[in-house]
Design a binder for this molecule. Structure first.
Ligand SMILES: [Zn+2]
Length: 405
């Protein structure tokens, strides 16, 4: 049994409370509030539950600082990303991922959804161990002390009716049945599944991925780019969201990543199905993607989560803040999202979207993952101890303590 006395703590009511005793046993919180026990560790600052980074491509961190020169678009950035992807080995994939996850851990992220598509050797043939690249990510997360959901992405096509090209051959298993067989063969409880995008899985094969996902988190890049919508409409007569809905891919276990360029009907379909939407604002602005309708999705019934995606920045505090700030720029109005709502997205709702319903709240029975933010830093001094301090003043650099079982 370990006991803490948290000077300030964000509790499930969305409010910050003072002097909160927490007892931990076997990796779970067994008492929150109530009388403190005799021997306690005092934790100064403001403690919140562990953060969930729901959309990560760990190796993209290798692009940081190297791809900020020329003019271009998402598609020219993708060429730079592909150039890096072409060079990676299981060893270098592990090293890059370990760096990324270590940065996450240091900044209060205790769980990651790793969207993994770099499956095979550069010529497209499997490694001697067909799971070498997956195992590299799992081992990197273990070393860094971050809980991982490995979202193994089905990636079969360069676009509608187009075979994989160049480095994309590393991503492809040939068809969805072969992809499903490989995923099943890894047989690790940390594995979830993903449809890379409607561009990358032929419509007739989407159902195979949905079937393989049954009961597990299913993530999918959705309408990050206008070009995806145009190509999908031309090939199928449907928007990407409509196509996923027709395939039975939407629902509470599904997370649509980005959900940037949506029609009103798309918003309705995502909301009514209770699909989660993972916004990655620092990446979306880095890649000039556009602004997604975060609040309209929320009001329609879709649950918001957050991700640092390409890791141009790893700072979930900045992701929270950016969701509100981007709405302000889009609407010329303030106050769309409350700090408590954004904190729920960054904690419990995010963990749940990765299949970890028992994390992301400071409450009895939850995983004992506690993250403490300093209230005396150059940024946070004098801002009070509140949910608003966490979202509108703090940064990743203010995390002073991360406790996990
Ligand atoms: Zn992504």
């Amino acid at each position: 049994m370990t006991a803490y006395l948290l000077e300030h703590a964000l509790l499930p009511d969305g409010e910050v409370h003072a002097d909160v005793p927490v007892e931990v046993a076997d990796g779970r919180m067994v008492a929150v509030g109530g009388p403190p026990v005799a021997t306690v560790t005092s934790v100064p600052g403001l403690t919140l539950p562990g953060l969930a980074d729901c959309h990560s491509h760990a190796f993209h961190r290798g692009l940081r600082g190297h791809v900020q020169r020329e003019r271009g678009s998402f598609w020219t950035w993708r060429e730079q990303m592909y150039a890096l992807a072409a060079t990676l080995t299981p060893e270098s994939y592990f090293t890059l991922a370990r760096e990324t996850y270590a940065e996450m851990r240091a900044t209060g992220i205790t769980a990651v959804g790793e969207f993994h598509y770099l499956h095979h050797q550069p010529d497209g043939t499997p490694y001697a161990d067909p799971h070498a690249m997956s195992r590299a990510l799992l081992a990197a997360a273990d070393e860094a002390g971050v809980r991982i959901r490995l979202l193994d992405a089905c990636y079969l096509a360069a676009g509608f009716g187009r075979e994989p090209e160049g480095v994309q051959r590393r991503f492809s298993d040939g068809d969805a049945a072969a992809w499903a067989e490989r995923v099943a063969d890894l047989d690790d409880p940390r594995v979830g599944v993903a449809i890379h995008s409607v561009r990358a899985v032929p419509p007739a094969q989407l159902a195979t991925v949905v079937e393989a996902a049954r009961g597990r988190p299913l993530h999918v890049h959705l309408s990050e780019q206008v070009a995806e919508n145009e190509q999908c409409l031309a090939a199928t007569g449907l928007t990407p969201t409509q196509l996923l809905a027709e395939t039975g891919a939407l629902g509470p276990l599904t997370t649509a990543v980005h959900a940037t360029h949506l029609t009103d009907d798309d918003v309705r379909l995502l909301g009514e199905s209770g699909t989660r939407v993972c916004f990655c604002p620092t990446t979306e602005r880095d890649l000039a993607d556009g602004l997604g309708p975060s609040r309209r999705l929320h009001e329609a019934g879709a649950v918001l989560t957050l991700g640092s995606d390409s890791h141009a920045v790893v700072d979930l505090f900045e992701e929270m803040r950016a969701v509100e700030m981007h709405e302000r720029l889009a609407t010329q109005r303030r106050g769309h999202w409350s700090a408590a709502e954004l904190l729920a997205a960054a904690t419990h709702d995010g963990h749940a979207s990765l299949g970890f319903d028992d994390a992301g709240r400071i409450e009895v029975g939850a995983r004992a993952e506690l993250v403490t933010v300093a209230l005396d830093s150059v940024r946070t001094r004098g801002t009070g101890a509140s949910a608003e301090t966490l979202v509108f003043a703090a940064s990743a650099a203010d995390v002073t303590r991360v406790t996990t079982p």
